[in-house]
Design a protein. Structure first.
Length: 167
């Protein structure tokens, strides 16, 4: 039987808890649900509650894990966060800060865009971090491509309609 990866649903968690409580083996639970043994085994290990598998607890832990996975952390860790704030207050640009971090650690720790996004986040507006940027812009300006400028010469005549030079 070929298994395709699918998330375990809340109903399937209820069934796992029921069958596990009834002494059904992992192999049999996997067969009944059409999952691989390793998926069921991982589920039981990952969501263990005081030596038992409780469906409600397993669902809560899974939902919490998903919520945390989507959460963006402000500048990775406390040391990086403090370093960035210190350098911003010293007048460094986000490009300089990320470049220095890259030099110190030998790899990209955070890019300058992450610092800009952090500065302009809704939650950080009261901190007024934008005041430490070289241009001190309160809002980010959208980058636009090169604009074609149309000439504003009054009564201009196309080159095709002009008389030739020798005439």
């Amino acid at each position: 039987m070929e298994y395709h990866h699918r998330q375990i649903t809340a109903q399937e968690r209820d069934m796992i808890a029921l069958w596990r409580g009834g002494g059904v083996s992992i192999r049999e639970i996997a067969r009944r649900l059409g999952k691989s043994q390793s998926s069921i085994s991982d589920e039981l290990k990952r969501n263990d509650y005081q030596g038992n598998y409780v469906a409600i607890h397993a669902q809560y832990v899974t939902d919490e894990r998903k919520r945390q996975a989507r959460k963006r952390y402000p500048l990775k860790d406390r040391d990086t966060y403090m370093y960035v704030l210190k350098k911003l207050k010293s007048g460094w640009s986000p490009e300089e800060i990320s470049g220095r971090l890259k030099r110190r650690h030998g790899e990209t720790v955070i890019c300058h865009e992450t610092i800009y996004q952090f500065i302009y986040q809704e939650e950080n507006k009261e901190k007024k971090l934008w005041e430490y940027l070289p241009r001190k812009q309160t809002k980010r300006k959208r980058k636009t491509g090169r604009k074609v400028h149309k000439s504003n010469i009054p009564e201009r005549v196309s080159i095709r309609q002009r008389p030739r030079g020798g005439e």
